[in-house]
Design a protein around this ligand. Structure first.
Ligand code: SAM
Length: 279
């Protein structure tokens, strides 16, 4: 890895101008990519799926931190030569997939030889969608995810009831994972700098018996509740209650909720109880 030119030089060498449509903001400071990779350690026994490696700064850090295997999934083929240069010095630990990570079946591509971790500086435009896909994957195919989002999304993942950031993403993520806001990364650390700051979140799946089972129903319920977050539950959940033939008052009180509450006041556990008792 030390024999490679710096990531900044690679960007220049291959004329890798950022394509805003693909959410491209590069991390050229290896201190930051090393910090992200450290959060994902231990890595030696794992296969890491890195989404959107771009010029490969985080890829290098993951390999340097001792990842047993790294598979990168990149949509923009302009990055393939730079990624191949890293692969050539990776002692056969790196695989490159050219494609849209939203369509790639990560579990199948990586196989079952090693447990899987996901690491990424995610493209802002599709980061939340990717996370929801990974949270709702059945079976959950990954053991840890260390992900950079725009800071506002990171805050939404870890938010508690009463917090203005609390919503559907918090309920879903916290029903499947222990979610930790790890650290912030200022916009100026990227090239080109995005309009907002970023933050890294570490997601650790809960033990199987604590993971909420019916994530699909929970998704539907939270969509109904937070889709109209200013409204009281008795109003926002009316179509949902009707669809599943639920008596609103009994159903809500069984989960410790009351009809005049708004969704942002309701703890994750109450949403889970409401989802469970709706089926
Ligand atoms: N990991 C690099 C870094 O930290 O410097 C680049 C991060 S940049 C924020 C996001 C990367 O994701 C870009 O390389 C972009 O081309 C890639 N990307 C965007 N959408 C993608 C998708 N659907 N599937 C795979 N890669 C994608």
């Amino acid at each position: 890895m030390d024999s490679l030119p710096t990531v900044s030089d690679v960007v220049r060498q291959y004329s890798l101008g950022a394509n805003k449509k693909l959410g491209q903001h590069f991390l050229l400071d290896m201190n930051i990519t090393d910090k992200i990779a450290r959060l994902a350690t231990p890595l030696g026994d794992y296969h890491v799926a890195e989404i959107g490696p771009g010029p490969g700064g985080l890829t290098r850090s993951l390999l340097k931190a001792g990842a047993g295997a790294v598979t990168v999934i990149e949509m923009d083929d302009r990055f393939l030569p730079a990624l191949k240069d890293i692969s050539d010095v990776s002692a056969d630990r790196m695989t490159i997939i050219k494609g849209d990570a939203l369509r790639v079946d990560i579990a199948t591509e990586l196989g079952s030889d090693r447990p899987i971790k996901i690491a990424a500086n995610l493209p802002y435009n599709v980061g939340t969608k990717m996370l929801i896909n990974w949270l709702t994957a059945d079976p959950l195919f990954w053991d840890q995810a260390v992900l950079m989002f725009q800071k506002e999304v990171a805050l939404r993942i870890v938010a508690s009831p009463g917090d203005p950031n609390y919503g559907r993403l918090a309920v879903l993520a916290q029903s499947i994972c222990q979610c930790n806001f790890a650290f912030e990364v200022p916009a100026k650390a990227f090239s080109p700098p995005p309009k907002v700051d970023s933050a890294v979140v570490a997601l650790q799946p809960l033990p199987m018996e604590k993971r909420f089972k019916d994530i699909k129903r929970l998704g539907e319920l939270t969509q109904a509740a937070f889709g109209q977050r200013r409204k009281m539950l008795r109003k926002s959940l009316k179509p949902f209650a009707k669809k599943y033939s639920l008596d609103m008052d009994n159903w809500l009180s069984g989960a410790g909720a009351n009809p005049t509450q708004r969704p942002e006041e309701l703890p994750v556990k109450s949403f889970q109880d409401l989802a469970t008792s709706s089926s």
